[in-house]
Write a protein that binds this ligand. Structure first.
Ligand code: SAH
Length: 216
């Protein structure tokens, strides 16, 4: 398998025609080896135009959705980013290339450990991952310039709004358990503005300020 070729094809066929034009984002997609973040048995499909199962009922998002969410964050390289839902760690790697420091929260321990291991092997040194309920954010290192939630929320978790910096941007899918709208939230002078950019389907964000209470 020539994964570099598959990456180039993914950028050309899946991302650029759908409006991903931030050069830094496109460059990151050419660099991150997505095949390392998917289960071995589906490695050949790593660059397909669809999400893939990563076990435990969870998925690695479709490349286009990862790219769109990343582009909406308007990263320049100096930002402190909070990610909720590490999952495979693929989005985390993309964010690490485009910002200063990434804090990522994952509720399933085995995912957090697996992602941590791969990201270390790939020599990313600006990522910190913890196991926990991301609907509460990660207070210790707040406020954040950017927040990205990669699971579907029923509402925007209030702690995340508090942990977003003034002039900060948050990207989050909001809707019901089966389909959501991708929202871009900006915080200016304590006012929140919301814009909808796309319809999408994510696995549910679980926890106190999400679906169900089982981990609180
Ligand atoms: N960006 C990831 C998406 C994984 S799917 C990827 O592309 O691989 C969504 C992830 O969110 C799952 O790993 C799930 O366990 C996690 N998740 C769901 N609710 C969460 C919560 N409250 N806190 C932290 N992680 C959560």
């Amino acid at each position: 398998m020539d994964y570099q070729k598959l990456r180039e094809k993914m950028v050309k066929k899946q991302l650029i025609p759908r409006g991903i034009k931030d050069e830094r984002v496109l460059t990151a997609f050419l660099q991150v080896p997505r095949e390392r973040f998917v289960p071995e048995e589906v490695r050949e499909d790593a660059y397909g135009d669809f999400p893939l199962s990563i076990g435990e009922g969870q998925t690695i998002s479709q490349p286009y959705i990862v790219a769109l969410m990343t582009q909406c964050l308007k990263l320049k390289g100096e930002e402190k980013v909070l990610e909720i839902g590490t999952g495979s760690g693929y989005q985390t790697a993309i964010l690490a290339l485009l910002s200063k420091k990434v804090y990522s929260v994952e509720r399933i321990k085995t995912f957090a450990q697996k992602a941590q291991k791969i990201l270390r092997e790939l020599k990313y040194s600006n990522i910190k991952i913890i196991v926990g309920n991301g609907t509460l954010g990660w207070e210790e290192f707040s406020p954040y310039d950017r927040i990205i939630v990669t699971a579907g929320a029923k509402d925007i978790p209030v702690p995340l709004i508090h942990q977003l910096k003034e002039n900060g941007i948050m990207v989050i899918p909001v809707g019901d358990a089966y389909s959501q709208e991708l929202k871009v939230i900006e915080k200016k002078k304590e006012e929140i503005t919301t814009q909808t950019v796309e319809r999408c389907i994510f696995v549910p964000l679980i926890g106190k300020h999400g679906w169900g209470e089982e981990i609180d």
